[in-house]
Structure formats: structure tokens, C-alpha cells
Write a protein that binds this ligand. Structure first.
Ligand SMILES: NC(=O)c1ccc[n+]([C@@H]2O[C@H](COP(=O)([O-])OP(=O)(O)OC[C@H]3O[C@@H](n4cnc5c(N)ncnc54)[C@H](OP(=O)(O)O)[C@@H]3O)[C@@H](O)[C@H]2O)c1
Length: 248
């Protein structure tokens, strides 16, 4: 999947009028995880509220084309108008079709329905999931996320997606305020089972203006779900690694 994205991107860059600058980015040597910003990538956002709108907006500012979606896309006109030509809005199925990568940022109680409605079109895609399960808002699925871990729970509802947990640990106000701050940047923990998907997610975290910290597989995402030691940590990558006893 990742290789296909890179090939598609190479082709687009070679054909595109953006010319030398894009070409330079695309052809630069592959670097280790998190050491270089990801080149432009089409991103579909499902749920363009506080967190989807904020993180999606940071990606637009980094040069990524972003398609925002919700059940009421007319309400997203102001958001995309403010972000400029790289941003557009529409229906959820359009966002999924648009995105090489999909970012899901909906109230967690909607995940089962999203799986039913869009699971097939999300299968095989890299999907970043920022949802948190809150019992008072999301109901019984919060018990499931607590019992099984939220990464495993999300994968259950989106089987076949190359899922990465990301951007769930802090308020959108903090992400908006701290993006691209002077070093040390704010850490964003991520976890996923597919190494290529994790690598893509790490690049997108960096492009949004943060330092990715790979915590492990989806089962390890419970370490930074609500109530976990990595949740709510407004710290640098070095500090987060230390808190989670990860290798420096
Ligand atoms: N707010 C934060 O600071 C923050 C931080 C980290 C993680 N999170 C997590 O991120 C998720 C979203 O939180 P939020 O605060 O951004 O919520 P929000 O501001 O209420 O936005 C939710 C978005 O999801 C859309 N949506 C809801 N149900 C949907 C469905 N079934 N299909 C498609 N779109 C749907 C909503 O639009 P429509 O109703 O028009 O469809 C809206 O655009 C939650 O799981 C939350 O726990 C939030």
C-alpha cells in the first residue's frame, strides 16, 4: 500500500506543474521513521469537528490536500473556505474515495455504524483513528474499549483497514496551540500493527508539527487511551518515551 502511494505520488509529481520543488521532495532518499516530513498525500477526514478540523487544518497548512466530511457537509463550508484551495468538503464516501489516507475523528459511539457503512471502502486503506471512548457519550462501546483496548476495538469495527491510533491524547486546543512549536516539539503517541501504515502516520504527525512516538502495536494503544499512562501528556517525545519506558 505504502509503495503504491509512493509510486502514485512519484507519477503525480513527475507529471505535475509544481516541478522541481515537488520532485526534490519525492525523490529524496527514504529516511528513518520520523526523521523527515512526509511528501504531499491526499487525506480524507471523517468527522470535521474539533479534532478533525484542527488536525486536518494543520495538514492543509503543511501542503497536503484534505477532503473534510461529515453527515452534514454544508456545515463545513466555512472551515474549508478558511483553509484555502487545498481543502474541500463533502460526503463521507467522497472523503474515503479521495484519501490515500483517512483520518477518523468522530464520537466513538459512531464507530460501529461507520464500520457497517464504510468498512468495505476503508479496507486496505491507511486509517488514522483519534477517537476516545467516553461512557457518558458513547455508551456500551466504552466498556468494550476499556476491556479489550481501544486499538483492538477500532480494528474490530474496521477490519481490513491499516489502522493507526493517533491524535487522541490531548485537546484540540493544545494541538492547535503547540503545533510546530520550537524544539522540543509536542509528542504524539501512535500505535498500529502495519509497519508501513505506522511509518506513514509518523510522517503525517511530523507534518502536523509534532514528534511521533511509536508506542507499539494496536494492542499497545491502550497505554495511551483514556486512563492510560500516555493519555493527556503534554510533553516532549523524550519525556513520553521515558514515561512509557520506551527505548530512547
Ligand atoms: N475534542 C478534542 O479535543 C479531542 C481530542 C482528541 C480526541 N478526540 C476524540 O475525537 C473524536 C471527535 O471529537 P470532537 O471533539 O472532534 O467531536 P466534534 O467536535 O463533535 O466533531 C465530531 C465530528 O464527527 C461528525 N460525525 C459524527 N458522527 C458521524 C458519523 N456517524 N459519520 C460521519 N461523521 C460523523 C460530526 O459531524 P456531523 O454530526 O455533521 O456528522 C462532526 O464533524 C471523539 O472520539 C473524541 O473523543 C477529541
Amino acid at each position: 500500500m505504502f509503495k503504491r502511494i509512493i509510486l502514485d505520488r512519484d507519477r503525480r509529481a513527475l507529471l505535475g506543474a509544481a516541478g522541481a520543488l515537488v520532485l526534490q521532495v519525492v525523490l529524496r532518499p527514504t529516511t528513518a521513521l520520523g526523521q523527515a516530513a512526509a511528501p504531499p498525500m491526499k487525506i480524507g477526514v471523517i468527522g470535521a469537528g474539533h479534532i478533525g478540523g484542527t488536525v486536518g487544518g494543520l495538514w492543509v497548512k503543511a501542503g497536503h490536500p484534505v477532503f473534510f466530511s461529515s453527515r452534514h457537509p454544508d456545515e463545513l463550508k466555512g472551515l474549508v473556505a478558511g483553509l484555502g484551495p487545498l481543502a474541500q468538503a463533502g460526503a463521507v464516501d467522497q472523503a474515503i474515495a479521495f484519501g490515500d489516507v483517512v483520518f477518523i475523528a468522530v464520537p466513538y459511539g459512531a464507530m460501529p455504524q461507520i464500520g457497517v457503512d464504510y468498512g468495505r471502502s476503508l479496507a486496505g486503506k491507511i486509517v488514522l483513528d483519534a477517537g476516545n471512548a467516553v461512557a457518558s457519550r458513547d455508551g456500551a462501546i466504552a466498556d468494550e474499549a476499556e476491556r479489550d483496548g481501544i486499538g483492538v476495538t477500532s480494528q474490530k469495527y474496521l477490519p481490513g483497514a491499516q489502522l493507526v491510533r493517533a491524535f487522541n491524547t490531548l485537546s484540540y486546543t493544545i494541538f492547535a496551540r503547540e503545533a510546530s512549536r520550537p524544539a522540543p516539539r509536542l509528542a504524539v503517541p501512535i500505535a498500529g500493527d502495519d509497519p508501513e501504515a505506522v511509518q506513514v502516520a509518523a510522517g503525517l504527525v511530523r507534518d502536523a508539527g509534532f514528534d511521533p512516538v511509536v508506542v507499539g502495536r494496536l494492542a499497545d494503544a491502550r497505554r495511551f487511551q483514556r486512563g492510560g499512562p500516555g493519555y493527556g501528556q503534554n510533553v516532549s517525545a523524550a519525556e513520553l518515551r521515558q514515561k512509557l519506558s520506551l527505548a530512547p
